[in-house]
Write a protein that binds this ligand. Sequence first.
Ligand code: GRF
Length: 187
Amino acid sequence: MKKIAIFASGSGSNAENIYEYFKTNKEVKITYILTNRKDAKVIERAQRLDIPFKYFTKEEFNSVEFVDFLKEQADLIVLAGFLLKIPESLTKAFENKMVNIHPALLPKYGGKGMYGDHVHKAVVANNETETGITIHYVNENYDEGAIIFQASTGVVPEDTYDTVADKVHQLEYKHFPEVIEQVLDNI
Ligand code: GRF
């Protein structure tokens, strides 16, 4: 049995999509959904899907006990819209066992502050002709871990940051679970 813990700070649509993808797979279990935001919509999704969830403070996030807890609960940590920088205690404990999805073609539009609609607004403002997703291993720097997978989509002048976000979300829902499954096979 391979265990996955998912971190999310916001809506959690990717977390739900990942759960749905694996729910019939007897070899994989989503053990926890974890969030740093008490108001995160992902909590409602976890409750509806009957997935254990845990709200944690920054102090807990940086504690040794949290690392020990995660070592018991996860073979792979998946960041799906998680906005905090990962402490070295965790990146070291989960080297090549923690992945993140970024809603752009890194290294473009990455780094601190580049998340969610900020990314799509920058892509539109710069008249980009394409954007996409990047799935990468996580290290101690924002969006700088080794890239595992990228997929792109076209951007046209009529696009708004909302329509770009929709195109990117479709790529995420299609590819993230499949890439997670491939990463799990190598753990
Ligand atoms: C996604 O666009 C993902 O690429 C980024 O944060 C967003 C999370 O969306 N890291 P959701 O919370 O899964 O709906």
